[in-house]
Design a protein around this ligand. Structure first.
Ligand code: GLU
Length: 511
């Protein structure tokens, strides 16, 4: 097999969308699986859409999710530069080659002239107003203007573009590794601009030239580029590069959570989940969008989640490390149908990856949060808290957010528990329990448990009936981690203090 060389080729036109990360991931998996090369190429030929900071953001985002670039922008390599705006001269040369071979031509039409053409065609009832086979002979281009006049227009620096001369009545075959063979009639394709009047190539020319020069073996990209593929195949033919043409794989779309239409930033904003891997600040509006990282997603969970948006391993296994994905991945198992974006699934993956961490590792997250709150806590206590909380959290910050009661006595008490469970029995048990705890020489989850058993047995009240009341005095909430361990962590003195405070302040609702 040909050496696997794949590229991720984003345009720095804004924050890199999560879908871009999936595209990069599939490229990366194929490269790693085949001991190939992962290339990062920045496609910045559309100067009008260039967004400052977007390129750095792409590089940082890939680094955060663990997609390592072997060659390309920011890394260097044998085919540098990898930023297309720095390769202008190369594209010029290839555009010239197409002109010389009769596969492209100069077009001098002004914007007004193009508009007039479209209007005329519309009036004549044509539903195809493209610049192409049927219209090119009516326009001002090097096919209709004599050579000496063309030369003088070029010399006088009249603005022009270079257009592809699409052949008539040709069937163009695109072989797609995911979709099979797609056949398109050349009449469907217009004479696309290859070089713009600002001297920059368009995406199509630059993309094909670079894929060829950089010896790309597979083009793996989003489905939105499928309509461009026939045009690219034509370019490979015109350049005489058919034998070097990469294999194409157009990835299924990422769909909105309800499955209706393409996922957009607007949907994500509306439904309150991130669309960008890292925080992204729009340089124009200053709007900050929170990233997956800052929202508390672990990069390995995000990668696992994204891998399954369009691909599946054909087994029931769901948890895959990057290494396991590299082994299991295959383009054959990428589906054609759009993949529904389900943020709950992303959260589930995050939970699984959090749970798999050691208590020591998790303690770092909690200590981090506490640091920001300027709360001191021993590592030993943080480890214990994480141990009891780990089954309940989705994000690293939840250890703090859901475990504030370990550090602060509750100010409010869950109303539903109070109204249902704060009764004479509860008050009797808690009163006696607090006295026993106070008298006890040591304190631990086990001691707490046996003291509670003793007290309830001697009062003849089932402990099951008062547990919620006990919890609410200690944490303020109706549910939470193991209660005995919670007491051990809070400590003997604080347990008594909180129970006594509740006994002194809460009114009895029922008996
Ligand atoms: N620059 C294109 C983009 O932004 C790349 C498409 C391709 O991979 O060919 O998605």
């Amino acid at each position: 097999m040909k050496e696997v060389r794949v590229r991720f080729a984003p345009s720095p036109t804004g924050g890199l969308h999560i879908g871009g990360i999936r595209t990069a991931l599939y490229n990366y998996l194929l490269a790693r699986q085949n001991k190939g090369t992962m290339i990062l190429r920045i496609e910045d030929t559309d100067q009008g859409r260039f967004v400052p900071g977007a390129e750095e953001y792409i590089i940082q985002s890939l680094a955060w999710v663990g997609i390592k670039i072997d060659e390309g922008q920011g890394v260097g390599g044998p085919y540098a530069p990898y930023r297309q705006s720095e390769r202008k001269e190369i594209y010029k040369k290839y555009a010239q080659q197409l002109i010389d071979n009769g596969h492209a031509y100069y077009a001098f039409d002004t914007a007004e002239e193009l508009e007039v053409m479209r209007e005329k065609l519309k009036l004549a009832g044509s539903d195809n107003q493209q610049y192409g086979i049927t219209t090119r002979n009516l326009m001002r281009n090097s096919l209709t203007i004599d050579k000496p006049d063309v030369d003088s227009l070029l010399r006088s620096e009249t603005p022009y573009v270079i257009r592809l001369k699409v052949p008539e009545n040709e069937q163009i075959h695109v072989n797609d590794l995911i979709r099979g063979e797609v056949i398109v009639d050349s009449s469907q394709i217009d004479d696309k601009v290859l070089m713009k009047s600002d001297g920059m190539p368009t995406y199509h020319l630059a993309n094909v030239v670079d894929d060829y020069l950089m010896k790309i073996s597979h083009v793996i990209r989003g489905e939105e580029w499928l309509p461009s593929a026939p045009l690219h195949v034509l370019l490979y033919q015109f350049f005489g590069w058919q034998n070097e043409m990469p294999q194409f794989a157009h990835l299924p779309l990422l769909l909105k959570p309800d499955g209706n239409g393409k996922l957009s930033k607007r949907d994500a904003d509306k439904m309150g989940f991130p669309i960008f891997p890292l925080n992204w600040t729009d340089p124009k509006s200053g709007e900050i969008s929170e990233g997956y990282k800052e929202s508390g997603y672990l990069p390995e969970a995000l990668i696992n989640f994204l891998a399954f948006l369009g691909w599946n391993p054909g087994t029931t296994q769901e948890i895959f490390s990057m290494e396991q994905l590299i082994t299991a991945f295959s383009i054959d198992r990428i589906g054609k149908a759009g993949a529904r974006f389900d943020i709950q699934k992303a959260q589930w993956f995050n939970q699984q990856y959090l749970k798999a961490k050691t208590d020591e590792e998790l303690a770092d997250f909690l200590l981090d949060s506490l640091d920001k709150e300027q709360i001191t806590c021993t590592r030993e206590m943080a480890v214990k808290i994480c141990n009891v909380m780990k089954e309940r959290v989705t994000f690293p910050q939840d250890f703090w957010l859901q475990g504030k009661f370990f550090f602060h006595a509750p100010i409010t008490f869950d109303e539903s528990v109070i109204s249902k469970k704060w009764n004479n029995d509860a008050v009797k048990v808690l009163h006696a329990f607090s006295m026993e705890v106070d008298k006890a020489t040591g304190f631990s989850a086990e001691i707490a448990k046996s003291l509670l058993e003793q007290v309830t047995a001697s009062l003849g009240i089932s402990s099951g009936k008062i547990l919620q009341a006990l919890r609410v005095t200690l944490t303020g909430g109706a549910s939470g981690p193991d209660l005995m361990m919670t007491m051990e962590i809070i400590g003997k003195k604080e347990v008594c203090r909180r129970i006594n405070h509740a006994l002194a302040t809460l009114k009895i609702h029922a008996s």
